[in-house]
Design a protein around this ligand. Structure first.
Ligand SMILES: Cc1cc2nc3c(=O)[nH]c(=O)nc-3n(C[C@H](O)[C@H](O)[C@H](O)COP(=O)(O)OP(=O)(O)OC[C@H]3O[C@@H](n4cnc5c(N)ncnc54)[C@H](O)[C@@H]3O)c2cc1C
Length: 319
């Protein structure tokens, strides 16, 4: 039977939703599931994991694991790998996941497939689905012999929400000197936008082009609809808008009544943050853009024509 090891992540004192997405993938493959939970005191998280599909849960409690540190985290995953002897090791495709996964692959002399959105068993091997070229194409990668290490995009599948009876086993981990020391977690200073409280969000993507174009094209539509301005990650990375405007797996998770995505491709990391919106309108000049898969209404067109026309029509309707 295929042995799958899930490496969980704790954030703000609770197991991340993305970990339960790994559980959903593992459960769908029907293998023998084990999980690793690490933390300063992760006993209750481990218990929860064992009841929510995590199978045999190994828990590593150590003050050095209270905050993410690559060497300490690696030591724990390493011990879990030795205990389980997995055919497949699953990490979330997060900063921690992509930091440690390659090191574990090197230790196991295993192949690694990153940033997957689906995994299945195929003729005794694993088949991994990934998006490439900015989501324009899908790639299928098939392993030839194990073990294999994979990282999975957050939001790629629905989180497992069933229940199960697993077990919790204490894992002994030796953490030696670490090359880095945790100092503090710092949150960016809020600049007044709380997208999670907005009923209407007008989000612009990289193709808007500049902060001035946001002011000129996106902001007026948000103004007339009484909505807030959101953005995809490249917009925030470029410094055009503050981080609290970012929607997606590493930004805000929003569910407004109306979400308008203008010039946003619809990468999984973005849709993970907005697909729960009540009504989604997508404007994109590429008819094959993945954003149309989650849209209730799609407009294939140039945002610089469609958005101002929509704003003008709303202004006229409002008098
Ligand atoms: C770990 C990780 C976390 C991430 N987290 C997030 C996240 O939280 N949020 C997020 O958004 N992304 C996130 N990303 C990035 C994500 O993968 C995509 O790269 C990003 O969402 C793409 O942004 P975009 O759609 O604005 O840009 P692009 O992918 O460049 O797409 C631009 C789109 O605009 C369209 N377009 C171009 N010109 C026009 C025009 N004139 N009119 C209409 N349409 C036009 C194009 O057809 C295209 O579809 C993350 C990535 C990683 C690896």
């Amino acid at each position: 039977m295929t042995k799958i090891l899930i490496v969980s992540e704790i954030q703000n004192g609770a197991i991340r939703e993305a970990t339960y997405e790994l559980v959903a993938i593992a459960q769908s493959m029907g293998g023998e599931i084990s999980s690793l939970v690490v933390g300063g005191d992760a006993a209750s998280d481990a218990e929860q994991m064992s009841q929510k599909g995590g199978g045999t849960v190994y828990v590593a409690n150590d003050a050095a694991l209270a905050n993410y540190n690559q060497d300490a985290y690696y030591a724990a995953v390493n011990a879990a790998v030795d205990a389980v002897g997995p055919d497949l090791v699953l990490f979330s495709h997060t900063s921690a996941g992509w930091d440690v996964a390659p090191r574990i692959a090197a230790k196991l002399d295993a192949g690694i497939v990153t940033d997957c959105f689906g995994i299945a068993e195929e003729g005794g091997n694993f088949s991994f689905s990934r998006r490439i070229f900015n989501g324009k194409m899908e790639q299928k990668v098939v392993s030839s012999g194990g073990p294999v290490v994979a990282t999975v995009q957050a939001g790629a599948v629905d989180a497992f929400d069933g229940s199960s009876e697993g077990s919790v086993t204490e894992l002994s981990v030796t953490i030696g000197d670490t090359r880095t020391t945790f100092i503090e977690n710092k949150s960016p200073e809020a600049q007044g936008v709380d997208l999670t409280k907005s009923d209407v969000i007008i989000a612009g993507g990289r193709s808007v082009g500049s902060p001035e174009k946001f002011e000129e094209v996106i902001n007026p539509l948000a103004g007339i609809l009484g909505g807030a301005v959101g953005a995809s990650r490249p917009v925030v990375d470029a410094g055009w808008l503050p981080h609290e405007c970012q929607v997606g797996s590493t930004g805000q998770i929003v569910a407004p009544k109306l979400y308008i995505a203008a010039g946003i491709s619809g990468a999984i990391q973005h849709t993970a943050g907005m697909k729960g919106s009540n009504f989604i309108i997508a404007i994109n000049k590429d008819a094959d853009a993945p954003i149309f898969e989650v849209a209730d209404l799609g407009v294939v067109g140039d945002l610089f024509e469609v958005v101002p026309a929509l704003t003008k029509a709303l202004e006229a309707a409002k008098g």
